[in-house]
Design a binder for this molecule. Structure first.
Ligand SMILES: NCCCNCCCCCS
Ligand SMILES: [Zn+2]
Length: 344
């Protein structure tokens, strides 16, 4: 299995995020990719290659052009107003009774207009890191289009919380959605995206909400209790041409493999029924019992079983790294999914 990785991930190194009422060091940090890469090399998952640069066009197939312009220029605008010593974080958002009809001129207003949390700092290197992560995913999609059975895009920053025109949850560009669209553009008639991150992939859901050609399935902690809170419920099944092409499988805090495996089996059955030509797997490993911000109880060996179950779906599969914040064990947990998949 080829692994696509860019050193430019290091350019996304936020100072702090707002979490539980305090500014704390960012959980989504460069060490995450380093430890995954080290384990991939130690286990010999496959050759590690740099991404091919794909430019802005594939991003515009998924994201709003104005949003992309904002992301590309936000840091420079921030520095003009606030200086370069502090990361860009929003301070207010649209509430009921307010409107998103007009994009504010103010950088503070634009940060709030285009985001949904204060945990996702924009820094000097965010745009370069995020576009490199998207190129990782696009290069992985190219490999599937060329006939490879699988590939792993070692993406950082992650993407599944980023929507058509919004960022948050440590995500700016939706790497998995960009790859799924690339597979569609490359001739796959139907693509499935399966998100096994602990948190609902609200961005991916929003992007494909009215699309019947891309099935989105997400297994995640019940949003009544867990971030992102405001979507991801089981009664959200898509709209218009996408009606029925969205499946949310919610699980309670404390879920262990026995509970998780049942949801994964249901996800696999839905994907088989859909008749997809390819699978994009949003691989977050924050379902791990040792994860500092999550509350499932998977063990490292369960990720081997997860990989094997994904292989059982029987589709060409592009793995795209999402979350996972127990950094010391992230390499083992991610590599276990890939090993389990390879062993089938
Ligand atoms: N106290 C809950 C804080 C949640 N902070 C954002 C988590 C984003 C996960 C991305 S996979
Ligand atoms: Zn997550």
């Amino acid at each position: 299995m080829i692994v696509i990785h860019s050193e430019e991930h290091r350019l996304q190194a936020g100072r702090s995020e707002l979490n539980d009422g305090q500014l704390v060091p960012c959980y989504e940090k460069p060490a995450r990719a380093d430890i995954v890469r080290a384990r991939i090399e130690a286990v010999g998952i496959g050759p590690i290659v740099n991404p091919t640069r794909h430019g802005i066009a594939p991003l515009e197939r998924v994201h709003d052009a104005g949003y992309l312009d904002f992301l590309r220029t936000a840091w420079d605008e921030w520095v003009k107003e606030h200086g370069a010593d502090i990361d860009a974080l929003p301070l207010n958002w649209v509430a009921p009774g307010m409107s998103r009809r007009r994009v504010p001129r103010s950088i503070d207003g634009r940060l709030g207009f285009y985001s949904f949390d204060a945990g996702t700092p924009i820094t000097a290197g965010t745009w370069r890191a995020a576009t490199a992560a998207a190129d990782n995913a696009l290069t992985g999609a190219d490999r599937l289009r060329a006939g490879d059975r699988s590939a792993f895009a070692l993406c950082r920053p992650p993407g599944h919380h980023a929507g058509h025109a919004f960022y948050g949850g440590y995500c700016f560009l939706n790497n998995a959605a960009i790859a799924a669209q690339s597979l569609r553009d490359g001739g796959a008639a139907r693509v499935a995206v399966l998100d096994v991150d602990y948190h609902h992939g609200n961005g991916t859901q929003e992007i494909f909400w009215e699309r019947g050609d891309v099935l989105f399935v997400s297994i995640h902690a019940d949003p009544a209790d867990e971030f992102p809170y405001f979507c991801g419920h089981a009664d959200e099944t898509g709209a218009g041409a996408g009606d029925g092409a969205n499946l949310n499988l919610t699980l309670p805090w404390g879920t262990d493999w026995s509970g998780y495996a049942q949801a994964l089996a249901a996800a696999a059955a839905r994907i088989r029924d859909f008749g997809a030509d390819a699978l994009v797997l949003s691989l977050g490993a924050d379902t791990y019992g040792g994860d500092p911000i999550s509350r499932f109880r998977l063990l490292s060996e369960d990720f081997l079983r997860m990989g094997s179950a994904i292989a059982g779906i029987g589709l060409p599969t592009l793995f795209v790294l999402e979350g996972g914040y127990a950094v010391d064990d992230l390499g083992v947990n991610v590599a276990n999914v890939l090993t389990g998949f390879e062993q089938g």
